[in-house]
Design a protein around this ligand. Structure first.
Ligand code: PFF
Length: 453
């Protein structure tokens, strides 16, 4: 082992805490809100298949690379990349990766908070029994009333952002891990209950067929890019969030095993969400391509008609908010850590400034669902554009350069030492993946999406 750095922001107490925190970052709106609606928009099975292949061949190797770089650098992504480039006698320009990652995180949290605000609003709607016995039309109008009202959206967006700032201001080890430990499994169980309901009351076979029977004629060129982009988004890769969390990881833990575990848990949650939602979509004659409102228009139907629906519905949206919260924290952690390291400010101040900036940008997303819904560039609203730019372009590009750095720039011995994979064959497999398969895969998807291949 070479000499170890330590992080000025603290360290996870055990490897298990890292797994929980990283899972908390990965499992969020991406799994339960975004995965079903983009699967619906992109025709189902073929999209899901490409997404799963991307998780395995691109996502897991990149996650390992990010954790490894973070643990070796032990700082915010910008400073980690600078230090590691120097250590390999390479150009400190590699720190641009940290910068672009921070920009991506900042943009994502701006709209993420708005959507998390929808989930917050739904906690109260479910809690007072608004969905009881409601019809599909009724539920549609409950959703439309919410998103058409910018003031309400702004209020929920503000509450969620304040919640995020409050946690980030209070350092790494704040008891959050304990909460993840309980609430994540609860979310999982609740999703299982919903799948059970969909099995009994939905058109389960149509739902499964839609999700798992690939029909490539339904997948557009852009859909292929969206599938890869989502693999990055859902695993929190390509912007330094996982690198940041890796920087708090105690030395000597197996990065490979933890990365695989996190990816499996994350994918499992997304697939369960899909299996709960699509049977309801088909049984109720709803539109799979209904867009960002999909889960808010389908799940309340289940809650409105199942036994104990008010309780389950409230609990579900509480857990969804919680899942979004643990992800949001990881989105603003890199800029906050950077401000603390470089600008000599305290954490509270850094968190407040970052949060206010992201909140302001989020106002654009709030308005894109109502007053500015006609404001479009490249046929996309502000929300669609920010989402496209980050998930489909910035994260894959960030991941691409992270993997180039880990595989081609950093010395092989260093990564071998840091990854500490016991089985030499496994290291060779990872090394082969990150040198060839992963970068070529990312380029191939980009080329495919613009019709070159
Ligand atoms: N992975 C989160 C989700 O699926 O909701 C979103 C996210 C968190 C993306 C952190 C990127 C990130 F760095």
């Amino acid at each position: 082992m070479t000499e170890q750095r330590t992080s000025m922001h603290g360290q996870w107490t055990t490897r298990w805490v890292f797994v929980l925190a990283a899972t908390g970052s990965a499992v969020g709106l991406g799994n339960i809100w975004k995965f079903p609606y983009i699967t619906g928009e992109n025709g189902g099975g073929a999209f899901v298949l490409i997404y799963l292949v991307c998780v395995a061949a691109i996502g897991i190797p990149i996650m390992m690379a990010e954790v490894m770089l973070g643990r070796r650098g032990r700082q915010s992504p910008i400073n980690t990349m600078r230090v590691l480039a120097k250590e390999s006698n390479k150009n400190p320009m590699w720190q641009f990766l940290g910068w672009s990652g921070m920009a991506a995180g900042f943009i994502i949290i701006s709209y993420y908070s708005v959507i998390a605000g929808w989930a917050l609003a739904y906690v109260f709607r479910a809690g007072v029994g608004v969905f009881e016995g409601a019809t599909a039309d009724g539920i549609n109008s409950i959703f439309n009333d919410l998103v058409n009202d910018p003031e309400r959206l702004l209020a929920w967006h503000t509450i969620f952002m304040v919640m995020t700032i409050a946690v980030v201001a209070r350092r790494v080890k704040s008891g959050l891990e304990k909460a993840v430990c309980w609430l994540m499994p609860m979310l999982f169980i609740l999703l299982l209950i919903l799948v059970g309901y969909a099995w009994n009351s939905g058109d389960f076979s149509a739902g499964l067929k839609f999700l798992f029977e690939p029909d490539f004629s339904k997948l557009s060129q852009e859909g292929v890019l969206t599938a890869m982009g989502h693999a990055f988004f859902t695993l929190s890769l390509g912007m330094g969030a996982i690198m940041m969390y890796g920087s708090y990881l105690p030395a000597g833990t197996s990065i490979a095993k933890t990365s695989i575990m996190i990816s499996i848990a994350d994918t499992g949650v997304a697939l369960l969400a899909g299996m709960a939602i699509f049977p309801l979509v088909f049984a109720n004659g709803l539109e799979p391509g209904a867009g960002p409102g999909l889960i808010f228009k389908t799940l309340p139907l289940a809650f409105g008609h199942m036994d104990g629906g008010t309780l389950f519905g409230t609990l579900f949206f509480v857990l969804l908010v919680f899942a979004a919260w643990t992800s949001a924290i990881s989105l603003i952690e890199p800029p906050v850590a950077w401000l603390v390291e470089n600008k000599n400010v305290n954490r509270v101040w850094a968190a407040v400034v970052t949060g206010i900036g992201a909140w302001l940008l989020g106002v654009g997303t709030v308005l894109s669902f109502n007053k500015w819904s006609d404001v479009k560039w490249f046929d996309k609203t502000i929300f669609d554009l920010l989402d496209y730019l980050t998930a489909n372009i910035m994260l894959p590009l960030g991941g691409f350069f992270i993997v180039l750095f880990a595989a081609w720039i950093m010395k092989r011995e260093m990564s071998k030492d840091e990854l500490a994979i016991e089985n030499p064959k496994m290291f060779e497999l990872w090394y082969f993946l990150v040198r060839y398969v992963t970068p070529i895969g990312v380029i191939a998807v980009f080329l495919k999406s613009i019709g070159v291949i």
